[in-house]
Design a protein around this ligand. Structure first.
Ligand code: GDP
Length: 461
């Protein structure tokens, strides 16, 4: 299944911590553990029951004790990877953790690559690709909605929905076989009408599933969003209000004040990959080199965005700069939400031009309350009838592509049937559709794809 060498890595995050875990997996794992771990009582570690904590000393190649720790041995039949696994818990200092890993490597293991433990679990049939991907997404989730969507139970719902469709296709294929092989004998369990109805039902189920991707993607991957508007309308205030407490847990890319700021934030259930284009200007004012670079980046961000939050100051008439922005946005095919900010001040704007730009106009004060904005973003990006806790939702581009391919095949076979083409043509397409859906849980996927999926994992996972 794969080269059977024994791998090891630190499975806890780097840095100081109460405890660190060093994991070692492979045919030699128990032997390697015996070479670098001595139980407190001096009893051979293989004399202890499996899956029990053994207290003892961790030693390096020279036989010097590095730390006290706990060793647990998991047999292949009940380990994470499906191989023999030895896990050593030691004190969580940076140096001591490194020394314990070094001792395990000196005893015969090789350093694990990123995601290699989970990859082995997949190759050994301990995890489906669904579950492996769920773990990868869970590690990357930055908000509750993403976490809920990438949970193992959410994947299970998806797998069940896909299985129901695949089962119906398999049933159909067997009926078609009978029709092809014995056309004159009434062996087919299904009449032609029933076959057509079943094809129609499969198509509907696939289309319904495919349609959930819009929501899944908005939650998991997030919507590329930019904030734009002339200076002083309240862009930074909006950016900060949307970022809220999340600033502490997400990455910031901050440059000069005239550069772009980016954050991943939640707006209700939607994840936004938000960029504040502080520098966009459309007048002929003299601008310096740094500002020019900022403006170019802002234009690029605007090009890549799917959603634009265009901010205006509702206490003042539109300026030339506002009109230039409206003009610029009209030329782009983006979803635009116009925010008439500073609604707490006396109203002084003529919104005719803005209404001509977009039907989505909100009058609010970004300093006060963004709930109307959150609600509008949800309405535009997700299907509110779907529940992340109860429905099967596609949220992975790979899965969506497979479901779309399966839909195309089934549609082709439906059309072939309606056109009364030979049954074996339709049969071929349904088999291809089954193959496409089987890719979701890893059957028939290429090594390159498996490599790609596991490359997202960290070392030690
Ligand atoms: P930017 O230049 O577009 O990023 O605008 P800022 O976010 O820096 O805001 C410009 C000014 O408008 C600041 O003094 C803010 O305090 C003020 N401001 C922002 N939003 C509001 C609002 O909703 N109401 C009022 N009255 N002032 C606001």
């Amino acid at each position: 299944m794969h080269n059977g060498d024994t791998i090891a890595a630190v499975s806890t995050p780097p840095g100081k911590g109460g405890v660190a875990l060093i994991r070692c997996s492979g045919a030699e794992a128990f032997e390697i553990a015996r070479r670098c771990f001595t139980s407190k009582s001096g009893k051979d570690i293989e004399e202890f029951p499996l899956r029990h904590a053994i207290y003892g000393h961790i030693c390096n190649g020279a036989g010097e004790a590095i730390d006290d720790g706990i060793l647990t041995l998991f047999p292949a039949s009940s380990s994470y990877t499906g191989e023999n696994v030895a896990e050593i818990s030691c004190h969580g200092g940076v140096l001591v953790t490194r020394a314990v890993l070094q001792a395990v490597l000196e005893a015969g293991a090789r350093p694990a690559a990123a995601g290699e433990f989970t990859r082995r679990a997949f190759l050994n049939g301990r995890l489906s690709l669904y579950e492996a991907e769920a773990i990868g997404d869970l590690l990357e989730a930055v908000n509750d909605n993403q976490m809920r969507l990438s949970s193992v139970s959410s994947r299970k719902r998806l797998r069940e929905a896909v299985k129901a469709i695949t089962d119906e296709m398999t049933h159909l294929v067997s009926s078609l076989y009978a029709l092809i092989d014995f056309p004159d004998e009434d062996l087919s369990e299904m009449s032609e009408e029933e076959i057509l109805a079943s094809l129609q039902h499969i198509l509907e189920s696939l289309s319904r599933l495919a349609s959930t991707y819009r929501t899944g993607r908005a939650i998991s991957e997030g919507i590329e969003t930019v904030i734009c508007g002339r200076p002083n309308v309240g862009k930074s205030s909006l950016y900060n209000a949307l970022c809220g407490e999340e600033l502490a847990i997400v990455t910031s890319i901050a440059g000069t004040t005239r550069d772009l700021l980016s954050e991943t934030v939640s707006a209700g259930r939607v994840t936004l990959r938000l960029t504040d284009t502080a520098g966009i200007r459309h007048t002929d004012q003299e601008i310096d080199e740094v500002e020019k670079i900022g403006i170019r980046r802002a234009e690029q961000a605007l090009e890549q965005a799917e959603l634009v939050l265009a901010v205006f100051d509702s206490s003042e008439p539109l300026t030339q700069e506002d009109l230039a922005l409206i003009h610029n946005l009209k030329e782009k095919e983006k979803t635009v939400i116009a925010i008439l900010n500073k609604a707490d001040l006396p109203y002084g704007i003529d919104r005719t031009e803005i209404d001509a730009l977009t039907p989505h106009v909100l009058s609010l004060s970004v300093q006060d309350d963004l709930s109307a904005l959150h609600a509008l973003i949800e309405e535009l990006c997700i299907d509110r009838a779907l529940s992340t806790g109860a429905d099967a939702i596609l949220f992975d581009a790979r899965h969506f592509a497979a479901v779309t391919r399966a839909t195309d095949y089934v549609r082709a076979s439906y059309e072939a049937f309606c056109a009364r083409l030979p049954a074996d043509l339709a049969f071929q397409d349904i088999e291809l559709a089954i193959g496409a859906l089987e890719e979701l849980d890893g059957r028939g996927v290429t090594n390159a794809l498996v490599d790609h999926i596991f490359s997202r994992f960290c070392v030690g996972k």
